[in-house]
Design a protein around this ligand. Structure first.
Ligand code: MLT
Ligand code: MN
Ligand code: ZN
Length: 292
């Protein structure tokens, strides 16, 4: 399998348009490397590609990735569709940019399919341009272009716009991708509220794990922006809590993604980034290609 980290930040990107925190200022000046919003592209057979989440930056992310170039037919594209880990806007808005794409399929947990109809009716909007095949990513594995895909329930964190939803259940999943030929396993979990039961086995059985690295510390949003928002970290296990877990799996390639613009690991010279390097945990830039 081949996977491309198209984007590696939380909603808002780096720098974020309305943020004047120290890190965003340095990214704006070019001193730190800018990053776009969380999105992965993955293929098993090298022919059919799937997005995992569709970020608001998807147009430039696709344009900047030669592996996703359209052709040879005038409207042919290797993109088959998308899998959503959750219903958050930074993971779903990119679908609007892909409107009119022929024959796209979207896989998502039932809660997410419901929210994208009842709370934020992007499904009706998109289907008005070209019908998308909407598929529920339930407990049973399914196969996509040389990959066996399993949705792993992770948490009940729902988007702010869906607070009034009465639908209970798993609002967030991780995806486990297994290459049907090489046997390589990649796990993608950009939104992790806690270390879920059973997740040890998921990590131990993978060659590569991409994990929620939104915040380094739970209090980070408040200190960086001056707002009283201990709440902001809810739904995202901070690195200080997940790193001790990751340290237990030194043989697995471990990568943090979905980094918030306030996260000190965005600065390679920070002590926090040095600590990750010493632990063998990576924060690779946008465009990184992983082959398993
Ligand atoms: C999140 O990851 O918690 C959400 O994307 C927050 C947001 O940008 O709405
Ligand atoms: Mn997010
Ligand atoms: Zn910022």
């Amino acid at each position: 399998m081949k996977a491309v980290l198209l984007g590696t930040t939380a909603g808002g990107g780096f720098p974020q348009w309305n943020c004047a925190c120290a890190l965003c200022v340095r990214a704006r000046s070019g001193e730190l490397v800018a990053r776009s919003q969380d999105c992965l592209a993955i293929t098993g057979d090298g022919t059919g590609w799937w997005l995992v989440n569709a970020s608001p930056d998807i147009r430039t992310q696709i344009a900047g990735c030669a592996l996703l170039n359209p052709g040879p037919g005038p409207r042919e594209t290797p993109l088959r569709g998308a899998l959503f880990t959750d219903a958050e806007l930074d993971h779903t808005l990119g679908l609007l940019t892909l409107r009119g794409g022929a024959g796209l399929t979207v896989w998502a947990p039932g809660t997410v399919l419901h929210a994208l109809k009842d709370q934020f009716d992007v499904r009706t909007v998109i289907d008005g341009y070209a019908p998308v095949a909407w598929r529920e990513a339930g407990p049973d594995p399914f196969e996509l272009d040389g990959l066996r895909v399993t949705a792993i329930p992770i948490s009940g964190k729902r988007p702010k716009y869906a607070r009034s939803s009465t639908v209970d259940g798993n609002w967030v999943v991780a995806y486990r991708f297994e290459d049907l030929v090489s046997g390589g396993v990649l796990v993608y979990a950009p939104c992790l509220a806690s270390w879920p039961e059973g997740f040890d086995d998921v990590v131990a059985g993978a060659q590569c794990v991409l994990l929620d690295g939104t915040f380094h510390a739970a209090s980070e949003m408040g200190s960086a922006t001056g707002s009283a928002s201990g709440q902001a970290a809810m739904g995202h296990l901070p690195i200080c809590a997940s790193l001790p877990e990751l340290r237990r799996f030194p043989r697995v390639r471990r990568i943090y993604t979905h980094l918030n613009n306030t996260n000190p690991v965005l600065d390679p010279a920070s002590p926090e980034a040095a600590e990750l390097r010493a632990a063998g945990v990576e924060v690779p830039p946008d465009g990184t290609v992983i082959e398993l």
